[in-house]
Write a protein that binds this ligand. Structure first.
Ligand code: PBG
Length: 330
């Protein structure tokens, strides 16, 4: 008999393909990252991220409603505050009337069921554009963790469902979990950016928030003393296991497409949901190639999102969330 196996039999038509498909993709798999701006009625386009804006509160709330109607059930929030609110302590980060805290409240008032996950890191509040406090040219760990803990508590008090530390300091998940428990926020979850690599794919995001490390003497030019080396794999498992032990409810791998081996390894190593951040540079690459007519935008978008899920992601944070949801809902 030849051939021994006809593997193509299961690919004969779309009906059989849909019956044997191993991975599914739906709007509930997505989280929408959103950039929030100060001021009234502000809508600032991000040049390297076509279709993405920095929105003031009114537009942010409108977009959250739109996302909800498309089937999206979580948003990740990032704020841009004015320079005069920045310093080396990040104290604006836990101002109970700060931009993030106001945003959390406004979203929870307007769409109470939307899961709101504010970003926890000092970079939007740091005059140096770093995720922590700088002493003698180094981002110090434990003092930064104290700041992140205060920040997380203020997010919980504003009504956040989850806090999402993206800073990569050691011990922050444990410190945040303890503080949440001690203050009665038992059901506020932690999604930890566990395996976050020092990546050039974050370029457009730093443009969106104007948050790149500043070029000054004694200030580290990159984030390599806290974010991971992209040459490393085993270290990602170590980071994820530490975060689960410290109380993370969800662990994240970031960026996405170039790191799917890490997603699979982390998925196999932990017993909590794994999320993946399909980051700004990945979005920009697809938009740029599609603008030139070099790639089919919608097909590439859906393919990449499927591949991230196939690799082991339960949740995908992606700037494509609304577009992909609209397409999947058709
Ligand atoms: C900073 C932060 C970054 C991103 C999310 N949180 C940038 C950085 O680490 O410099 C990047 C996300 C993206 O590129 O879409 N805490």
């Amino acid at each position: 008999m030849f051939p021994l196996q006809r593997d193509r039999r299961l690919r004969t038509n779309e009906s059989i393909r849909s019956l044997v498909r191993e991975t599914s993709l739906s709007p509930q798999d997505f989280m929408l990252p959103m950039f929030v701006a100060e001021g009234k009625d502000v809508k600032i386009p991000i040049a390297s991220m076509p279709g993405i804006y920095r929105h003031s509160l009114n537009h942010t709330v409108a977009e959250v409603k739109e996302a909800w109607d498309l089937g999206i059930r979580a948003v990740n929030l990032y704020v841009k505050v004015s320079e005069n609110l920045k310093d080396n302590t990040g104290k604006e980060a836990w101002n109970k009337d700060g931009l993030m805290q106001q945003t959390i409240k406004a979203i929870k008032d307007a769409v109470p069921e939307m899961i709101v996950m504010p970003d926890v890191a000092l970079d939007p509040y740091s005059i140096y554009g770093h995720d922590g406090i700088i002493e003698k040219g180094y981002v110090v760990n434990d003092a930064t963790v104290d700041a992140l803990t205060r920040m997380s508590l203020s997010h919980a008090e504003a009504g956040a469902d989850f806090v999402a530390p993206s800073d990569m300091m050691d011990g922050r998940v444990l410190a945040i979990r303890k503080a949440l428990e001690q203050n009665g926020h038992h059901n506020v979850g932690i999604m930890s950016y566990s395996a976050k690599y020092a990546s050039a794919f974050y370029g457009p995001f730093r443009e969106a928030l104007d948050s790149a490390p500043v070029d000054a003497q004694e200030i580290p030019k990159d984030k390599k003393t806290y974010q991971m080396d992209y040459a490393n794999r085993i270290e990602a498992i170590k980071e994820a296991l530490h975060d689960v032990e410290e109380g993370a409810d969800i662990v994240m791998v970031k960026p996405g497409i170039a790191y799917l081996d890490i997603v699979r390894e982390v998925k196999n190593a932990v017993n909590v949901p794994v999320s993946v951040y399909h980051v700004s540079g990945e979005y920009a690459m697809i938009k740029a190639a599609a603008e030139r007519g070099w790639l089919d935008h919608d097909k590439i978008m859906i393919e990449q999102l499927y591949c991230i899920k196939r690799a082991g992601a339960s949740i995908i944070s992606t700037y494509f969330a609304k577009e992909a949801a609209a397409l999947l809902n058709k």
